[in-house]
Design a protein. Structure first.
Length: 393
């Protein structure tokens, strides 16, 4: 049996290098992955400008009484201004610095009267303005191929006047559920039948992280039907995710069906609770993930294992799970069964993680949870107050 990281590594080792790119505008680029390096087009700031509302002056005349010259310089002003020895000029935040000035004193820090002002000793010379190129130099590498675009990186690109970016095309993903006992939420169900909650939850989880997907329905427990549906789906999609049909039950056909279709098994069972009977198959750069039908197991395995693989499949060079990790204080003692990795969901608030019961068949704890915690196999108890690493669901 293998661990989570080993499962992810085994799958990502099967990723083929031939990936396609597409060009998207910045409003559609959140969470997407850069296909190529991006260098700065212009300096940032692109000109010397004031960092605050105040008076621009030359530091060498700081201790003298300065004569105020007109007009006030505003952001966006394209006129050329110059101050001479012993002069100061009123300036607003973001406005271009007048030639001859190398400092700005904040409005509220000076006493301007009768057309003159004095700079208090408490005001530091050479402060209050932003120098051209002090943040970014034209030609400097801004972002690297494989970086995931977050809001701050999108802001950085916009500041360069970059509106469209080349990003990796996302894999085409489809979902199945499996089992004769399942009914769709829009159908009527008897007391012995179960509503298909897994597909809705997994689809929403994938969408949260930017992965569009298509739901293909419920696979009945019929080997020929399963093979036919999977064969058609793997021809159209890059990734299939199924829940149900992954364990050792009599009607669990997934492993046999994958073998019939020529897919090689990448991993079989993961050393984790819940979610142990999880499988991955690969063929020609395409992947099929088969998880047990228990809702908690299917949901958290999608988050902890499949999502990191999908990000790698989408060209990411960053470790997705590492980026999402934070540290929190455990609210209460947590008893665990040692011998495998234990995944516990819980609520995070104010630096505290409150664990919740995480049996594989439950759904309600997920609805109240925001994060999850992975305990090492040798760990059988974590005490209240200990600092633990948790991940956003």
């Amino acid at each position: 049996m293998i661990g989570i990281n080993e499962a992810i590594d085994l799958a990502t080792a099967r990723i083929t290098s031939s990936k396609q790119s597409e060009k998207v505008p910045l409003p559609s680029a959140l969470g997407r992955i850069l296909f190529s390096d991006i260098s700065a087009i212009k300096n940032l700031p692109c000109f010397d400008n004031s960092a605050l509302d105040g008076y621009a002056y030359a530091a060498e005349f700081k201790d003298e009484e300065l004569k105020i010259v007109e007009p006030t310089i505003f952001a966006g002003d394209e006129k050329f201004y110059e101050i001479k020895a012993g002069q100061a000029q009123k300036i607003m935040t973001g406005a271009p610095m007048p030639a001859g000035a190398d400092s700005v004193a904040r409005l509220e820090d000076v006493n301007a009267q009768g057309g003159t002002l004095k700079i208090p000793a408490s005001v530091h010379a050479h402060d209050g303005f932003r120098k051209k190129g002090e943040e970014v130099r034209a030609g400097e590498l801004l972002l690297r191929r494989g970086e995931i675009l977050n809001p701050a990186k999108i802001m950085l690109l916009a500041a360069q006047g970059i509106y469209e970016v080349d990003i990796y095309a996302r894999p085409k993903i489809a979902l199945f559920s499996s089992g004769n006992e399942l009914k769709e939420p829009w159908q009527s169900a008897s007391e012995r039948e179960i509503y298909n909650a897994n597909s809705s939850g997994i689809a929403a989880l994938l969408q949260k992280y930017g992965f569009k997907n298509e739901y293909l329905g419920i696979l009945k427990d019929d080997f020929s039907e399963v093979c036919e549906a999977l064969d058609a789906a793997t021809r159209k999609f890059d990734v299939l995710i199924t829940s149900g049909g992954a364990s050792a039950g009599e009607a669990d056909f997934m492993q046999s069906a994958m073998s019939e279709l020529g897919f090689l098994q990448v991993f079989d069972h993961i050393d984790i609770k819940p979610g142990r009977p999880s499988k991955c198959f690969a063929k020609d750069g395409k992947f099929v993930f088969a998880m047990a039908g228990n809702p908690m197991a299917a949901f958290v395995l999608t988050r902890a294992v499949i999502l990191p693989i999908l990000f790698k499949l989408s060209g990411a060079s960053e470790a997705f799970s590492a980026e999402a990790a934070i540290y929190a204080k455990l609210a209460s003692d947590l008893k665990l069964k040692s011998g495998r990795v234990n995944l516990t969901v819980g609520a995070y608030e104010g630096g505290v993680f409150t664990p919740m019961p995480s049996p594989s068949g439950r759904i309600r704890p997920l609805a109240a949870a925001s994060h999850f915690f992975l305990a090492d196999p040798e760990c059988d108890k974590v005490r209240a107050g200990e600092i633990v690493k948790i991940y956003e669901i």
